[in-house]
Ligand binder design. Structure first.
Ligand SMILES: Cc1cc2nc3c(=O)[nH]c(=O)nc-3n(C[C@H](O)[C@H](O)[C@H](O)COP(=O)(O)OP(=O)(O)OC[C@H]3O[C@@H](n4cnc5c(N)ncnc54)[C@H](O)[C@@H]3O)c2cc1C
Length: 373
């Protein structure tokens, strides 16, 4: 009987891992698992025929936290917790940029800005030295910089101050996910699309058509895990995004935040402006896991642009879409075991571009710990 030597060099019965969700968290977890143990058989399970969640619908800000966001966080998080969250976002982006090329994801290191249009910011501006000192070990430079004196160069109007957030950047979310999938496939990680997981029972992943057994599972479906894990208080909330027709305006390149990040805007290809958010102004319609856009938010964001963008063109929107965020009582993701075989890496909030890689990495490490027990 033939006995092929090469067969003996393959690891048989290597543990089989199922990852539910092909967004940035799931793909990053898959890559981190591979880095920890290249012999694992890793399978990514996606409900739709392609990635469909927030990772391909977001605004593409690689951001770490604006001054007003950090200040607002400080009301329910201590300094160490704020430091740790910003550090994880920063490390996440560094790791992401090590896995995919800058050009593949259209990464632009143009910085982020927070704009203010009222007097409330005076109190906040005084906090800049405090936060710069707190975050100095991460960025090795002052993270926040008051640039109000250069305001006329920004192509904006009707704001009273502008604060730069160094080291922030912009990406193309679809291209980021495509590059991560390509990276996964090059490592032998496999994908099952149109695979709608209904339930997880110990090491069984249950669909309407049957079940599949895994040695370990990572759940990375963000807001959509809210019904599976009520203990994590995951609240699905909607965010709407709009992109204008090409405009004659000169918005300085960067990712702009307003109202603690509830509104965000940036340039996108072809001199268009992307704007999104304002869910805090319409909590009744936006506290939902249903996709969809509304006339109220569309008009609100259009009016915001007309009020604040120096623009020679008539501003109209050409693209519109929505996405679902998974938020919780605190601004931190859940990375926890939910049974002896499964880690949940969910509730990613509004900064998953920066955080997703790090969360995937932590989930992978925790799953390996579980498997080793
Ligand atoms: C409109 C919008 C704008 C945003 N802008 C930014 C931004 O500029 N910067 C930033 O850092 N963050 C932003 N975010 C947040 C960021 O996009 C998310 O935090 C991040 O993408 C979450 O990634 P994820 O992989 O955990 O989840 P998702 O990207 O949501 O991926 C989950 C995947 O799981 C799949 N899935 C769901 N249920 C099942 C099931 N039952 N079985 C199998 N598969 C399933 C989904 O189809 C989806 O593909 C934004 C979010 C939204 C909605």
């Amino acid at each position: 009987m033939e006995k092929i030597f090469w067969d003996s060099t393959l690891i048989k019965n290597a543990p089989k891992i199922g990852i539910i969700g092909s967004g940035i968290t799931g793909l990053s977890a898959a890559l981190s698992l591979y880095e920890l143990n290249p012999n694992l058989r890793i399978e990514v399970l996606e409900k739709h025929e392609r990635p469909f969640g927030a990772s391909v619908r977001n605004a593409g800000f690689s951001c770490f936290g604006s001054l007003s966001e950090l200040f607002s966080d400080s009301k329910h998080m201590d300094e160490n917790e704020i430091y740790s969250l910003v550090e994880k976002r920063y490390l996440g982006i560094q790791k992401l940029l090590g896995r995919v090329s800058h050009s593949d994801i259209c990464y632009e290191a143009v910085g982020g800005y927070e704009v203010f249009d009222d007097s409330e910011n005076i109190e906040l501006l005084e906090k800049i030295p405090f936060y710069n000192k707190l975050l100095f070990p991460i960025f090795k430079k002052d993270f926040f910089k008051d640039q109000t004196h250069q305001f006329k160069n920004f192509g904006l109007k009707n704001f009273s101050s502008i604060i730069k957030q160094q080291e922030e950047g912009l990406i193309n979310p679809q291209k980021m996910i495509r590059a991560l999938i390509y990276n996964c496939k090059s490592k032998g990680i496999t994908f099952k699309y149109n695979y709608d997981v209904k339930e997880i029972q110990d090491n069984l992943v249950i669909t309407t058509d049957g079940w599949e057994k895994y040695d370990g599972i990572i759940v990375a479906n963000n807001a959509m895990a809210s019904e599976w894990f009520p203990q994590f208080s995951i609240q699905p909330v909607r965010n709407q995004v709009y992109v204008t027709t090409p405009l004659t305006c000169n918005l300085k390149a960067g990712g702009y935040h307003y109202d603690q990040g509830y509104i965000y805007f940036r340039n996108v290809e072809g001199n268009r402006i992307l704007i999104g958010g304002a869910r805090n102004k319409f909590p009744n319609t936006e506290s939902t896991h249903q996709f969809g856009t509304t006339l109220e938010i569309k008009n609100y964001l259009l009016q915001f642009l007309k009020n604040h963008l120096v623009c020679k063109s008539n501003i109209t929107f050409e693209f519109e879409w929505s996405g679902i965020l998974g938020v919780g009582p605190v601004k931190a993701p859940v990375i926890q075991p939910v049974n002896p075989f499964t880690i949940a890496a969910v509730r990613m909030g509004g900064m998953g571009v920066a955080l997703g890689t790090n969360v995937g990495e932590q989930a992978a490490a925790k799953l390996i710990e579980l498997l080793d027990k």
